[in-house]
Write a protein that binds this ligand. Structure first.
Ligand SMILES: NC(=O)c1ccc[n+]([C@@H]2O[C@H](COP(=O)([O-])OP(=O)(O)OC[C@H]3O[C@@H](n4cnc5c(N)ncnc54)[C@H](OP(=O)(O)O)[C@@H]3O)[C@@H](O)[C@H]2O)c1
Length: 274
């Protein structure tokens, strides 16, 4: 019988690429969506859509009931990118990043754990390189992905006795709609710079827009990340973390993690143009 896997946020980007790859590899895939059009598109590709907003306990309960017994994998992929200079980010926007990216992933895993335990299955969490190095202008997003690293570390050890493996996938920039969405959302939520700070924040905002556009155009194909999810699900001995990024980005990330803080800050300050 085909192994069953649930992927949250399967209507676009990495979630969609993963759903397609797993379906091609013979899994019975359940794709979490929030829009009717996404549900129809998935159904046409042989992927079973499930209406699932990961911040809604009711949706999670209904999804668990719909899935019944035994589930081999949960890919907690749903996410949003909340970014911008921290002084201009309203707490409500920051809270949304944590609600979806951290608590949403936690609530998803918690809801399906009884089913995963039956199957001695796997949890795949969609982390990010932003969970390894917090770049300026990415504060809320990085905070959420750092939190996911902590969640993965705790969960991996706690679930080991049940034979449930926990894997974190950490992509670098990937060309998906997340960037355009985050730019559009930021236009709406970012507060105006306080008087006297317009010069600095204006420069930051320009840079943030350029960085987002560059990632949208030059990021990895989402299929690369889907392949890492497949490895996380299929490897007899999966790694705790799969870093999926351009080699230059991997080097940069490792360097920034190793550098003494004053050097790191100077380097990033230069990047910001300050
Ligand atoms: N793209 C990158 O460069 C990159 C890099 C590292 C990590 N990631 C991570 O990869 C994951 C997927 O992102 P993506 O790049 O593929 O972007 P995406 O195309 O925007 O996909 C995000 C998905 O999450 C869904 N989602 C958002 N809020 C949700 C909620 N409350 N409940 C359920 N689903 C929700 C979206 O559904 P709707 O369409 O209904 O909003 C969408 O399907 C995210 O966790 C992201 O942080 C992305």
């Amino acid at each position: 019988m085909a192994k069953r896997v649930l992927i949250t946020g399967a209507g676009s980007g990495i979630g969609l690429a993963t759903a397609r790859l797993l379906a091609r590899r013979g899994y019975r895939v359940y794709g979490g969506v929030r829009k009717e059009a996404d549900a129809q598109a998935l159904a046409q590709e042989g992927i079973t859509p499930i209406f699932l907003d990961v911040t809604q306990e009711g949706d999670l309960k209904r999804a668990r009931e719909a899935l019944g017994e035994g589930l081999y994998g949960v890919v907690a992929n749903a996410g949003v990118a909340v970014a911008g200079p921290l002084e201009l980010v309203p707490p409500a926007a920051f809270r949304q990043a944590l609600e979806v990216n951290v608590l949403g992933a936690f609530a998803t895993v918690k809801a399906f754990l009884p089913l995963l335990r039956q199957a001695r299955g796997r949890v795949v969490l969609m982390g990010s390189v932003s969970g390894l190095v917090a770049l300026p202008l990415m504060g809320p997003y990085a905070a959420s992905k750092f939190a996911l690293e902590a969640l993965a570390d705790a969960l991996r050890v706690e679930l080991a006795p049940f034979g449930v493996r926990v894997v974190l996938v950490e992509p670098g920039s990937v060309a998906t709609p997340i960037w355009e969405r985050s730019l559009r959302a930021a236009e709406a939520y970012l507060e105006p710079p306080p008087p006297g700070t317009e010069g600095v924040y204006g420069r930051y905002l320009d840079l943030a827009r350029r960085m987002a556009r560059r990632s949208a155009q030059r990021g990895l194909f989402p299929e690369r990340v889907a392949e890492a999810v497949l490895r996380a699900l299929e490897s007899p001995n999966p790694k705790a973390r799969y870093l999926v990024a351009h080699p230059a980005r991997v080097r940069e990330t490792l360097l920034l993690r190793l550098l003494p803080t004053p050097w790191r800050d100077r380097l990033l300050g230069r990047f910001l143009g300050v």
